[in-house]
Design a protein around this ligand. Structure first.
Ligand code: ARE
Ligand code: CA
Length: 471
């Protein structure tokens, strides 16, 4: 359950946070597919509690496993998954299985289902009080009070959210049915929310019981759903990411922090990976920031976000070029306070390809957009020709691709070994390679693999060439 089943020639997952299913389908066909992105993480697809101000976080309060939210209904979800798969883009669903909604109150969810959060009655699943962990939690508040006590972290309520008991066969069965329903639509895997708050053994049973991905949706026989578990491990707690590595991939929260803390020490990155205290390459799901920590939440602070475009572009390039983990690019909307939900209108696309209507669309920034094709070409090639000069670095991925980054206050002007066959290559950072035409600078690699590399100290302070983009 570690393999994302990317189609060949694809790289990178984009988190289209709070996008509508119809808009994602359009994005797959018109942008993600053509630009060689491999997959999309979608917001939770099942019914959630409606919170008056419609914050983004209402999506993390399930009411049932009916597929109906402000992103769209079941038919729209199926249509989107089919259209994305048809252009080689996989869909991964964010799923919330640790809990249902916050305690207290009654109402109807986004799919019209009645619930009673006082008595823990969720009739559309159905779940009732006996399916929750109340009897297994021993804190006086009934909530998690101390992250130093693994028992309460897993059996008590996370910020008052009604905590399901995944130790019960009945609850396991409902979660398994929900996940199987999603893969039957052609969804290739899951970002599993709040795994720190569930027992690894329960997750192992649940994920181990899932159906294979359906061959009728183009997956080869025996394909296990891709799993990446959200476990915020920045050290200092009894629950660690390592407790979950035998189950599937895990979100590596140390990655973004390591990048941030060393963002002006590029020369240190030659051995970036496990020797930096992070999990093994094959276990990691990596990212610069996510929907929580870009809001200074959920292990937030000290991460690089769209508010720092210079570093976001540079370190997204590093992430996509460096062979460690499965990379995920955050795609955001602008917000002025923590709670603010998504813009009321779908993203529009400007003449230069960027987004309007309040959507940031980091994945559409030219310097980021062109990294998927770069990363896909580099796949399977080792890092070679590492070169560092203070806060300037360069390296190749075998003989297929070459990246140079300049964070000094002067131009990088060097004659460097690129590892690549002789030829004229298109720098896909200073411009685009489209319809066999290069609008960026041309880099000439000579017969010995060397090239004169010129990386200015401006808003595009890096250069990327690969064997599929020639001048
Ligand atoms: C909302 C309100 C609460 C209210 C609750 C119930 O904000 O005040 O009590 O509803 O009514 C998101 C939001 C929450 C929101 C929740 C439900 O972030 O604010 O609560 O949705 O609507 C811990 C967990 C980790 C979790 C983070 C946020 O370990 O799993 O907290 N991340 C995921 C998602 C979130 C989501 C949830 C889980 C819940 O990515 O978006 O919450 O489904 C240390 C620890 C971490 C801990 C962190 C807390 O770093 O090591 O483990 O993360 O502190 O900041
Ligand atoms: Ca729990």
């Amino acid at each position: 359950q570690w393999d994302p089943y990317f189609e060949s020639g694809r790289a990178g997952i984009v988190h289209l946070f709070e996008w509508h299913w119809d808009t994602i389908a359009d994005e797959c066909e018109t942008f993600l597919g053509p630009n060689k992105f491999a997959g999309v993480q979608i917001s939770p697809p099942n019914e959630n509690r409606i919170i008056d101000s419609r914050p983004w976080w209402e999506r993390y309060q399930p009411i049932s496993y009916v597929l109906g939210t402000r992103s769209g209904d079941r038919a729209a979800l199926q249509n989107m998954v089919d259209r994305c798969n048809a252009v080689g883009v996989r869909i991964y669903a964010d799923i919330v299985i640790n809990h249902m909604c916050g305690g207290g109150g009654t109402g109807t969810g986004t799919a019209g289902t009645y619930f009673d959060a006082n008595t823990e009655d969720f009739p559309a699943v159905p779940y009732s009080a006996a399916d929750f962990n109340d009897g297994n939690c021993y804190t006086s508040s009934g909530g998690i009070e101390n992250y130093g006590d693994a028992n309460q972290v897993r059996n008590c309520r996370l910020v008052s959210l009604l905590d399901l008991n995944q130790g019960k066969d009945y609850v396991r069965g409902k979660i398994i049915d929900f996940m199987n329903d999603l893969t039957s639509l052609g969804i290739a895997g899951f970002r599993v929310d709040a795994c720190k708050h569930m027992w690894p053994n329960d997750l192992e049973v649940i994920f181990g019981s899932l159906n294979d991905l359906p061959t009728s949706k183009g997956f080869s026989g025996g394909s296990r759903p891709f799993i990446y578990q959200e476990v915020i491990d920045q050290g200092g707690e009894p629950i660690t990411a390592s407790q979950y590595l035998s189950i599937g991939r895990v979100t590596e929260f140390k990655y973004g922090i390591n990048l941030y803390n060393n963002k002006d020490k590029l020369q240190y990155f030659s051995n970036f990976g496990e020797s930096w205290g992070m999990m093994p390459d094959g276990s990691a799901l990596v990212f610069l920031n996510n929907h929580d920590n870009q809001r200074s939440h959920g292990g937030g602070g000290n991460v690089i976000t769209f508010e720092d475009p210079y570093n976001l572009k540079i370190f997204t390039a590093f992430m996509m070029a460096w062979p460690y983990g499965v990379p995920r690019v955050m795609s955001s909307y602008y917000f002025s306070n923590f709670d603010e939900g998504p813009p009321g209108t779908q993203r529009s696309v400007n003449a230069d390809g960027s987004c309007g209507n309040g959507w940031v669309c980091e994945h559409r920034w030219r310097q980021i957009k062109n990294l998927a094709a770069f990363s896909a070409v580099a796949a399977g090639q080792s890092v070679q020709n590492w070169w560092a000069n203070g806060n300037q670095i360069a390296f190749s991925r075998g003989s297929k691709a070459f990246l140079a980054i300049n964070k000094e206050r002067y131009s990088l002007l060097q004659y460097l070994q690129t590892g690549m066959p002789s030829g004229d290559y298109c720098d896909v950072i200073s411009g685009d390679f489209e319809n066999n035409t290069c609008t960026g600078q041309c880099v000439t690699v000579d017969g010995s693999g060397y090239a004169h590399i010129n990386v200015p100290n401006n808003e595009n302070p890096f250069l990327a060439i690969h064997v599929n983009a020639l001048c």
